[in-house]
Design a protein around this ligand. Structure first.
Ligand code: C2E
Ligand code: MG
Ligand code: MG
Ligand code: MG
Length: 292
């Protein structure tokens, strides 16, 4: 998994340096410079209503457009940014840029959400709610449009203070998603009470070629039901083929995201997904849309 690749990434990033510490300092310095030079870009992956196929939102995913090494995935630099404190300014840039793009797409008027990943380091900052509010005001978008994605581990580090922070954020009107659900610890007790709006089921729960018995499907179904029991919007991540999509439809999972539906795309390409938004009539009565 990308999140555990941090150390290797540092080693391979400047292979030949020999010294891991030197390589890491190199990477930190380059990250700092990259932020100044505007080398970070956001790609956007569509999220789709399973029943109607309509576009329901986008997730913003950061990439580093390195002048020498080309496009670098977040799993390779986010851990270093977190350890070095750079995640603060980087995370704020991501937030502002995603809100700006949401505005450009008139996402709030169209009823689309813009999802933004939030690092535990950002989330634990005292002024995070203020930064979120400033990004919303600067972009001029309605708070309901913004979905902040957190992982279970972010919340579990200190459930009481995390709950306070979540309440502060929701008081602004923004929404909260629990990302990669099912991969952390003690997920079930957490899910019962924390104030969130969306549950993103980790892609590891979608059946793969090795899942020959029914247990994979049972687990997926159970997670969808758990989310729905709490009246959360449930999103299945990692939808990679028509079988996944059919399974989700059959289970009544409302929302899907994955390479089969759309890859993460640069903004100008992701714009091309906008016509896939539901027409107002179809939104009110999705079964009519399905029949067409
Ligand atoms: P995530 O938030 O769970 O994002 C989903 C990841 O799964 C993305 O990888 C996406 O490209 C990938 N993905 C989407 N559909 C499929 C699929 O059908 N199959 C497979 N195998 N993968 C799929 P990406 O962009 O490399 O991001 C990895 C992780 O890095 C994200 O996981 C998130 O935790 C983190 N990340 C990305 N952008 C940001 C950011 O702006 N801030 C922070 N703090 N973390 C970020
Ligand atoms: Mg995410
Ligand atoms: Mg995820
Ligand atoms: Mg993930």
């Amino acid at each position: 998994r990308a999140k555990h690749d941090g150390k290797n990434a540092v080693r391979t990033y400047s292979a030949g340096m020999g010294d891991e510490t030197a390589a890491r300092m190199d990477l930190e310095r380059d990250l700092r410079e990259a932020l100044r030079n505007g080398e970070f870009v956001l790609h956007y992956q569509g999220q789709f209503d399973v029943a109607s196929g309509a576009l329901s939102g986008y997730e913003a995913l950061v990439r580093w457009q390195h002048p020498v090494h080309g496009m670098i995935a977040p799993g390779r630099f986010i851990p270093v940014a977190e350890d070095s404190g750079l995640i603060g300014p980087l995370g704020t840039w991501v937030l502002r840029e995603a809100c700006r793009q949401a505005r450009a797409w008139r996402a709030d008027e169209r009823g689309l959400t813009m999802s933004v990943n939030v690092s535990p380091v950002q989330f634990d900052t005292a002024d995070f709610a203020r930064l979120v509010q400033e990004a919303l005001e600067e972009a001029g978008i309605r708070p309901e449009c913004l979905m902040l994605e957190l992982t279970e581990s972010t919340v579990l580090r200190d459930v009481a203070s995390a709950t306070q922070q979540l309440q502060r954020l929701r008081a602004l009107g923004v929404r909260i998603a629990l990302d990669d659900f099912g991969t952390g610890q003690s997920a079930l007790s957490l899910l019962r009470h924390i104030p969130i709006d969306q549950l993103k089921i980790d892609r590891s729960f979608l059946p793969g070629p090795d899942d020959t018995d029914e247990s994979a499907q049972v687990f997926l179904r159970l997670l969808v039901m758990l989310g729905q029991a709490r009246r959360l919007n449930v999103v299945a991540e990692g939808v990679e083929n028509a079988e996944h999509q059919a399974l989700l439809r059959e289970m009544g999972c409302p929302t899907a995201q994955g390479f089969y539906l759309s890859r993460p795309l640069p903004a100008h390409q992701a714009t091309a997904l906008l016509p896939q938004i539901a027409a107002p009539a179809a939104r009110a009565a999705p079964e009519l849309h399905m029949a067409s």
